[in-house]
Design a protein around this ligand. Structure first.
Ligand code: SF4
Length: 360
């Protein structure tokens, strides 16, 4: 298929009518596009709109983001996952704050900022500044696999190179903002992963997979990663009206998030035994389990985690003050204060469970 003028016109006409009314499309302010693009990595659009709107109310510009405390930034990201995105946004805002609070319209400068790789830099250059830069996201990869009948598996290096080459070759000069977004939008709304709406597709005449009737065989998927099941246990230790929480190290998984002490079960260990051991290792406190709260499930990437939650007490005569063996900070806080801290998904579900069951 050669991409001709008609393809571009039909795609852009379709986008003009069918594009979703997204908040960052109102002005295409570079800061808005940047925040949206970072949020959209790994996150569904409907969730991003909610988080984006709330984020802009609190951090309307680079200056307000740069001036904020990292704990608060993480709190506004809580629930989106992949927290390095929020930390990098914050770090980049602080760098930009020293350079005039402006997101530069220069690809080479953008890719040097924390959290901005070639994809995001290209997206900002094209969508915010309408410069001629191609963009390839997961929607475009799928769309191209069908349009061009690409047989290299998704996520493979050859596939990435091929798709980026095609995206660059078909980019109409001076129209990259709408063209790139139109491709992404077509993938998101019409060329759906399972049941593409070919009868509504503005470029169906150009689609090789449709012509060959192999739409459901494209894209070729990469080998599936094995699901890894993990069991974890955590404990809520109370002292009067307060609960012990600790802040994870900055170079750890879920860096700088707060949690209740706990960790992964070792082979042959029960969840209760794991909590007791983890408390000792992480805080130096000898605790006993006094009750089971519940077990919550959550998933990230190809991991499936079951987190067992327990109430704990320090054993009689044991040390009362926790040490910092596995965290950078600890605090005793009231249950009603927990909403001020950002927790990983499993711990947040546990808090939610306690809140709904009035179990604390
Ligand atoms: S015709 Fe169908 S498979 Fe081809 S690009 Fe359009 S929606 Fe996708």
């Amino acid at each position: 298929m050669s991409v001709d003028h008609c393809f571009i016109t039909q795609l852009l006409d379709w986008f003009a009518i069918h594009s979703r009314d997204l908040p960052w499309r109102h002005t295409y302010a570079p800061y808005h596009v940047w925040i949206a693009e970072i949020m959209l990595q790994q996150t569904q659009m409907d969730r991003v709109v909610f988080y984006f709107t709330r984020w802009l109310e609190r951090f309307p510009d680079i200056a307000s983001l740069a001036a904020a405390d990292e704990d608060e930034v993480l709190k506004y990201w809580e629930g989106l996952g992949y927290y390095s995105r929020a930390r990098n946004l914050h770090r980049a805002a602080r760098i930009l704050a020293e350079q005039g609070h402006i997101l530069p319209a220069r690809y080479e400068t953008l890719v040097k900022l924390p959290g901005i790789g070639p994809y995001t830099a290209g997206a900002i250059m094209s969508i915010a500044f309408n410069q001629d830069f191609p963009v390839v996201d997961a929607n475009i990869e799928r769309l191209f696999a069908r349009l061009f009948d690409i047989i290299t598996p998704l996520k493979s290096r050859e596939n990435k190179i091929l798709v980026w080459q095609k995206a660059a070759a078909m980019l109409p000069s001076g129209q990259s903002r709408n063209f790139n977004q139109a491709l992404m939008e077509l993938g998101a709304l019409v060329c759906l992963p399972k049941n593409p709406l070919c009868s509504q597709c503005p470029v169906s005449l150009y689609c090789q997979a449709l012509r060959l009737q192999i739409v459901h065989e494209r894209p070729v998927l990469p080998p599936k990663k094995k699901t890894i099941f993990i069991q974890m246990a955590t404990g809520i230790l109370r002292r009067g009206d307060n609960i012990l929480i600790q802040k994870r190290h900055a170079d750890d998984v879920w860096a700088n998030l707060w949690e209740f002490p706990g960790g992964r079960l070792k082979e042959g260990e029960t969840p209760q035994q794991a909590v007791v051991r983890e408390f000792l290792e992480e805080t130096g406190l000898q605790v006993g389990v006094t009750g089971e709260i519940t077990s919550v499930k959550h998933s990230y990437m190809h991991y499936r985690v079951i987190l067992h939650g327990f109430f704990c007490d320090v054993v009689a005569g044991g040390k009362k003050e926790p040490a910092l063996h596995a965290a950078q900070e600890n605090r005793w806080v009231r249950f009603t204060e927990l909403h001020r801290f950002a927790f990983p998904a499993g711990h947040r579900k546990l808090i939610e469970y306690l809140r709904n069951s009035s179990g604390i």
